[in-house]
Write a protein that binds this ligand. Structure first.
Ligand code: SAH
Length: 239
């Protein structure tokens, strides 16, 4: 029997002996694109039950059935870190989502800020998050919220969750992250940066910690990777 190389996300329960029905897109991918046949093995995960080995029981053009055989990895949930980001150009927003999944974020929240002028497709970004998890051997896929205005999000913010605010206005001033454990969120602005009103609002919130990402202005996608890395190496699961 060949080794399972393909990892597939399915939105169904996984347990020993559990049959998993494939939808048309999944059947197309496994049987037409990847050429799997009855008896082939795949790895499955659903974000809740860890990773399972499964064997192809029925393979058709538009559907198929897999059966879970063995538990191959436990669920590893990322630390309680959310990423709040303003949508930017499509390929760069895709990059932010992909890297956030790889680096380990628990929830992704796109925010509409004053200077956000890009649109986004939540369904496409969710599919992108799934793809990233399939590739990086993650057993968890962070949920992606619908776009929400930043001021609305902040108005209902639970102060117990700290916000690490990547503040381009601090550029060049060193800012060490105080190691306060607990739930956190990283906030990254759009290419236009934060407006004066947004800066006043954020500066006045005790749960907000501004951080500098060095003396150069980074693009928002680079800033997201840098800020997530700083948090992960200080408070997260890279320790
Ligand atoms: N146009 C703005 C820069 C926006 S960069 C300007 O010229 O001021 C996009 C986002 O990346 C910023 O809102 C911030 O969240 C983050 N960022 C970029 N460079 C940064 C830095 N050196 N320090 C902290 N945050 C930074």
């Amino acid at each position: 029997m060949t080794e399972a190389k393909i990892r597939l996300y399915v939105d169904q329960a996984l347990a020993a002996g559990q049959p998993v029905a494939l939808d048309e897109a999944q059947a197309n991918y496994l049987f037409n694109v990847m050429r799997l046949v009855v008896g082939s093995r795949v790895k499955l995960f659903n974000g809740r039950d860890g990773e399972w080995l499964a064997v192809v029981e029925h393979a058709a053009k538009r559907n198929g059935i897999l059966r879970c055989t063995a538990h191959s990895a436990a669920l590893v949930a990322p630390p309680d870190l959310w990423l709040l980001f303003a949508p930017i150009k499509k390929a760069r927003t895709d990059f932010i989502v992909e890297k956030a999944v790889e680096l380990g974020a628990a929830r992704l929240i796109p925010v509409q800020t004053r200077f956000t002028n890009e649109r986004m497709r939540e369904d496409k970004l969710r599919a992108h998050a799934v793809e990233a998890a399939e590739q990086c051997e993650a057993t968890y896929v962070p949920p992606l919220d619908d776009l929400i205005p930043l001021d609305k999000l902040l108005a209902g913010w639970d102060p117990a969750r700290r916000i690490l605010w990547a503040d381009e206005g601090l550029q060049g001033r060193a800012a060490l992250l105080q190691a306060a454990p607990g739930p956190w969120a990283v906030l990254i602005g759009p290419e236009g940066g934060f407006s004066p009103e947004e800066r006043i609002k954020l500066s006045g919130m005790p749960c907000v910690t501004p951080i500098s990402l060095g003396p150069r202005i980074l693009r928002a996608d680079t800033a997201a990777v840098a800020a997530l890395t700083i948090w992960q190496t200080t408070l997260g699961d890279w320790l």
